[in-house]
Design a binder for this molecule. Structure first.
Ligand SMILES: [Mg+2]
Length: 346
């Protein structure tokens, strides 16, 4: 980076950036981007930050994955509103020693995720920083009466999730334990050979951790069909994110442990690293599936997503009155309070 400098790097990025859609009246190169909103749509805006050493580690996270995730976490938030993601602004803090190849790879990750989701990167900023910091602001839009808030859940409604939980957390645990997707032995311990049957599970969960998929398309369908009454994306874990939704809706909730979708790969990796897969599903974050509530019939909800080619969602619990708080119901009916999962600064 030292040899290139901020302005040459910006020019280089601008030259490589994909073409912009007509609704972008001015993109990179002016003081601010000029965006033409679709008639009758409200704007939805969100920002997220990834910090080296805290949110990702170069030891196991390729720069492309950092870029991909930087955009995905915001795509997921826009999706949880039932909105369509449109424009991104990218702020990047970099140590001067950062190799240019790393910056290129990071942007490749951002642009690939942007292109796949129809998002135009319309501006950004660069600065020197003690470690790499990536912040993505994402602007989306949606009809005001279709946008889904966290506050709309009602007593008696069913709680749904769009896909399996705990995979990303299992992947992170595998990485921390020294497993790598491309290796047949645990890193640093040649003798610990990984059985071929477990390799696929390790690869899948690590991929879920490094290259998460945001469910904004599903969020949009649930919003347009008027199915979801409240929605949140699972960035911090089911227990923590459901707590926030319940607080905003002023309700309690009951989750049934045996209905929480945990896929075989997650179970296999949990066993390898000696963790309870249910704890990964409840407390592990970064699955980026959507959690939503609905009073509609199960078949109608499942069909709305399945008809458009998406996975069938899973009913995991029900909304109850506030005084019942948040409860986890075990397989034999035993009840315990649902913990609140991962939180920053704690
Ligand atoms: Mg969120």
């Amino acid at each position: 980076m030292r040899g290139l400098g901020e302005f040459r790097l910006l020019r280089r990025l601008r030259a490589k950036s994909p073409p912009l859609p007509p609704a972008v009246l001015a993109g990179m190169g002016d003081d601010a981007a000029v965006l033409q909103p679709s008639p009758g749509f409200a704007l939805v805006a969100t920002v997220d930050v990834l910090v080296e050493g805290k949110d990702f580690h170069w030891e196991w996270c390729p720069a492309e994955a950092v870029g991909h995730k930087g955009l995905t976490v915001s795509l997921s938030d826009v999706g949880a509103m039932g909105a369509i993601p449109r424009y991104a602004l990218v702020a990047l803090g970099l140590p001067a020693r950062t190799p240019v190849k790393r910056v290129d790879a990071l942007y490749r990750g951002i642009w690939e995720a942007a292109e796949a989701s129809g998002v135009a990167v319309v501006g950004g900023d660069l600065s020197e920083a003690p470690c790499l910091i990536l912040s993505v602001t994402l602007i989306g839009e949606g009809e005001t009466d279709h946008l889904i808030r966290r506050s709309g859940a009602k007593v008696g409604e069913t709680i749904w999730v769009t896909g399996p939980l705990g995979r990303a957390a299992a992947g992170l645990c595998a990485l921390k334990a020294g497993y790598r997707p491309e290796r047949s032995a645990v890193k640093g311990r040649r003798a610990t050979h990984i059985p071929p049957k477990a390799r696929k599970a390790i690869r899948e969960t690590i991929r879920a951790q490094l290259y998460p998929v945001a469910r904004y398309r599903e969020g949009r369908i649930l919003a347009e069909a008027g199915i979801a009454t409240a929605m949140i994306d699972l960035s911090d874990g089911l227990a923590s994110d459901l707590t926030r939704l319940a607080e905003e809706s002023r309700v309690g909730a009951r989750i049934f442990a045996d209905r929480i979708p945990v896929d075989p790969s997650t179970r296999q990796v949990a066993e390898l690293v000696g963790l309870d897969p249910l704890r990964l599903a409840l407390g592990g974050g970064e699955d980026f599936e959507l959690l939503f509530t609905s009073g509609a019939a199960s078949a109608a909800i499942e069909d709305a997503l399945a008809r458009k080619g998406f996975a069938r969602p899973h009913a995991v619990g029900e909304i109850c009155p506030t005084d019942e708080r948040l409860t986890l119901v075990g397989p034999r009916g035993r009840q315990e309070p649902l913990g609140s999962g991962f939180e920053h600064f704690r």
